[in-house]
Design a protein around this ligand. Structure first.
Ligand SMILES: C[S@@+](CC[C@H](N)C(=O)[O-])C[C@H]1O[C@@H](n2cnc3c(N)ncnc32)[C@H](O)[C@@H]1O
Length: 255
């Protein structure tokens, strides 16, 4: 299936509106955030973040063979790898993230639990791995900051045929009745979190961005269409409040 004109135009608009923020401000935000990241996420997701990520990890686990080779893209503080390891210590886990600070905090958490995670610092749009390298790729709470079609194509490239792509994020709610109060809440809560935790001036400039990024993002159905357009099949999805939180699990077809 090809990606509709409408979604391609949205992707162009996202790049136009946010490219500067993605390149210049988001790296500064994630220099600030490692120590209060979990609390900030909990507030932005109406307190559901950790439980939802756990549910996502359980859903991934149902598809993963033991000893699978997994790549977590935009891994931050390694939230998903640490959850996956709890149930299967035989996994071989690689991560990439552009932030040295988030990666350092993730590595500290892995060491604390005596776990080995092979972490690299790089941009998610150009993954430093050969084609067909991984049984699973995971991407959680980051695609709002990415050129999503480009990133999904790259993930498709590094997955083995038959491998799974597991995506989890705060999407644009499909229902306006949810979207309007949710975005108002998000504007307030991001501002409140930035004040509470004494964020840097650069992070404070991003206060409006987080809600705007969701307003121009994709609903759960649109995200599934994008996944299909990039070549994924067998898409299963699960959402909370029509998209406030949504995960999709899809597969790169076997040849
Ligand atoms: C909200 S955090 C999510 C971290 C982790 N996946 C989680 O679930 O906790 C977003 C992460 O995406 C990373 N990121 C943003 N843009 C990126 C890019 N273009 N390439 C690689 N990492 C990026 C940030 O550095 C940050 O660590």
């Amino acid at each position: 299936m090809s990606i509709s004109e409408d979604l391609l135009k949205r992707e162009d608009l996202r790049s136009l509106l946010f490219r500067d923020t993605w390149q210049n401000l988001i790296p500064a935000v994630f220099r600030d955030v490692p120590t209060y990241y979990d609390k900030g996420n909990a507030i932005a997701s109406l307190g559901h973040c950790s439980r939802w990520s756990n549910r996502f990890a359980v859903a991934i686990q149902r598809h993963l063979p033991r000893g699978a080779r997994v790549l977590d893209v935009c891994s931050g503080t390694h939230d998903i790898p640490l959850r996956l390891f709890t149930n299967d210590p035989t996994l071989q886990v690689h991560t990439v993230d552009r932030s040295e600070h988030m990666t350092a905090e993730g590595q500290r958490r892995a060491r604390e639990r005596n776990l080995t995670i092979h972490a690299g610092v790089c941009d998610a749009h150009v993954l430093p791995f050969a084609d067909n390298s991984f049984d699973a790729v995971t991407l959680q709470f980051a695609s709002r900051h990415l050129e999503i079609i480009k990133a999904f194509k790259e993930i498709h490239r590094v997955l083995k045929p038959g491998g799974i792509f597991c995506h989890n994020d705060m999407l644009r709610p499909a229902s306006k009745i949810v979207e309007i109060p949710y975005l108002a809440f998000l504007r307030f809560s991001v501002w409140f979190t930035a004040m509470l935790f004494g964020s840097s001036a650069e992070s404070k400039k991003c206060v409006g961005y987080f809600a705007n990024a969701i307003r121009h993002f994709y609903t759960p159905h649109e995200l599934a269409v994008l996944l299909e357009g990039v070549g994924f099949t067998g898409i299963e999805s699960c959402d909370f409040l029509t998209g406030v939180l949504t995960y999709h699990i899809s597969r790169k077809p076997k040849i």
